[in-house]
Design a protein around this ligand. Structure first.
Ligand code: NAP
Length: 243
């Protein structure tokens, strides 16, 4: 294909897409929010930092000729996804949403779905030892928990944290045996996660299954209407040449 592809990134899928496009000789610019101190960088050109809302991204697209945008941000990056839909609508730049499928429970799993981090905090109120794997942003929703809380994130979380929080800094992928050891060590009795999907961070669900622990799963935000959506990098690559 001719012209530049803007990949809105911050995920493994975005890096794999950029890698495949660079290998095919496509001009790719990957965009990262700049949240992580030491991000895994995709091949090709990379820009870091927000665009400045819908107006900023619209102006950016007008100033930088772009054949297509692939929004490969995390399923919970709802603001960026909404901004991309609005700005591409205003400029006429073709937009594709690449979003991996959510996780599905197995027979016997005790998964409790909630709509927000605040609802997740309510759902774990009666437990004694909570494993919070929702990322370092939004932990304020759990600040009122009096239970022991194991908090895992890539970079140090910012306060407020639950008063009895133990912070573990780590970046996936994690193995099932790592997750089992961590959960046993901290005597976890409930796991809280967003429905991020994908294999990179699914081991905690397998470990919870083996330990027969309940999992509180935050539902994904809805996708913007009218934006074509695919679940795999391969499907994104198939969509691009026609743009
Ligand atoms: P968000 O709430 O949707 O976005 C907040 C703001 O950050 C956006 O309005 C935009 O700023 C900027 N932004 C987000 N993604 C960007 C990108 N790829 N390139 C340039 N600017 C971006 O997003 P978030 O949940 O904070 O996530 C931030 C980044 O971390 C995303 O790239 C996402 O893929 C990655 N990530 C998120 C999660 C999660 O659980 N949310 C997990 C893993 C990775 P402007 O309005 O100034 O343009």
């Amino acid at each position: 294909m001719t012209g530049r592809v803007l990949v809105l990134g911050g995920t493994g899928e975005a890096r794999r897409l950029a890698t495949a496009l660079v290998d095919d000789g496509v001009d790719v610019l990957s965009s990262l929010a700049g949240r992580v101190a030491d991000p895994l960088l995709p091949p090709g050109e990379v820009r870091v930092g927000g665009f400045g809302g819908v107006a900023g991204l619209t102006a950016w697209l007008r100033a930088h000729p772009t054949a297509a945008v692939v929004d490969a941000t995390h399923p919970f990056a709802a603001a960026m996804t909404a901004h991309a839909a609005a700005a591409c609508g205003l400029t006429g730049v073709p937009l594709l949403r690449l979003q991996r499928p959510g996780w599905t429970p197995r027979f016997g799993d005790d998964w409790r779905r909630v709509d927000s981090l605040a609802e997740a905090a309510t759902a774990v109120a009666g437990f004694g030892s909570v494993f919070l794997t929702t990322g370092r942003l939004g932990l304020a929703a759990f600040a009122g928990l009096t239970a022991r809380c194991l908090v895992r994130s890539v970079d140090p979380p910012e306060p407020p944290l639950p008063p009895r929080a133990t912070v573990v800094l780590a970046r996936g992928p994690f193995t099932v045996s790592d997750e089992l050891a961590l959960m046993r060590q901290h005597r976890v009795d409930v796991v809280v996660t967003k429905d991020s999907g994908g294999a990179m961070t699914a081991a905690k669900l397998t470990a919870a299954r083996e330990l027969r622990l309940p999992v509180v799963l935050v539902r994904r935000p809805p996708l913007p209407a009218g934006v074509p959506t695919v679940a795999t990098v391969e499907d994104a690559l198939a969509w691009l040449p026609d743009r």
